[in-house]
Design a protein around this ligand. Structure first.
Ligand code: GTS
Length: 221
């Protein structure tokens, strides 16, 4: 990677958090610029930095990349976290999209009016739709990692999703012994262990101030 990637987003998780996780897991250092004002965002648009006038923006290898999914697959491919052949990539993609769908429900949660928030649905989806799949895959092949017996983007994102759901419901893995072991194992990979420590570039769960900043920065007037 030529120089440190630069991430431009809000000072919070949102869509960028999976990018932070993946870079950290790959041991790639990165810089961040946080959007705090509408002027900063409008300037990026004016300068032509945002292909679709949207963030996340990641400047990497001479490119100004937008679209979270494209950013993540570029990093995964570049850092050898994307399988060894098209079939492995297909499985990584499926597993990653599953965790992305689950995390998407949590990412939008604080932006949903309180009377419309449905935490029970998130927990139900986690425990009846998503986690059983990963539990079964890992149990069936008996290997340490989801795909190809090798650490991949799918493992990184599954751990991120598990921790996110656990923040909402700490007992969520109680019926998933294989995922409990997976969580312990992946959390112990040195790069990830470091990212999980206090003071890393991992962001805390969103609070009201984060939500207000995003709304303010993206306001259209
Ligand atoms: N498909 C894009 C991606 O995955 O990166 C969607 C990006 C997106 O909607 N970004 C929001 C944005 O820039 C910010 S956030 O949802 O990540 O907080 N919205 C401004 C706009 O005009 O769409």
């Amino acid at each position: 990677m030529s120089g440190k990637p630069k991430l431009t987003y809000f000072n919070g998780r949102g869509r960028m958090e999976s990018v932070r996780w993946l870079l950290a897991a790959a041991g790639v250092e990165f810089e961040e610029e946080f959007l705090e004002t509408s002027e900063q965002y409008q300037k990026l648009i004016k300068d032509g930095a945002l292909l679709f006038d949207q963030v996340p923006l990641v400047e990497i290898d001479g490119m100004k990349m937008v679209q979270t999914r494209a950013i993540l697959s570029y990093i995964a491919a570049k850092c050898n976290l994307y399988g060894k052949d098209p079939k492995e990539r297909a499985f990584i993609d499926m597993y990653v999209e599953g965790t992305a769908d689950l995390m998407g429900m949590i990412i939008t949660f604080p932006f949903t009016p309180p009377q419309k928030r449905n935490l029970a649905l998130i927990i139900e989806r986690a425990t009846t739709r998503y986690f059983p799949v990963y539990e079964k895959v890992l149990k069936q092949h008996g290997q340490d990692f989801l795909v190809g017996n090798q650490f991949s983007w799918a493992d990184v994102q599954l751990l991120e999703a598990i921790l996110m759901v656990e923040e909402k419901e700490p007992t969520v893995l109680s019926n998933f012994p294989v995922l409990q072991a997976f969580k312990a194992r992946i959390s112990n990979i040195p790069t990830i262990k470091k990212f999980l420590q206090l003071g890393s570039q991992r962001k805390p769960p969103p609070n009201d101030q984060y939500v207000a900043t995003v709304i303010e920065v993206l306001k259209k007037d």
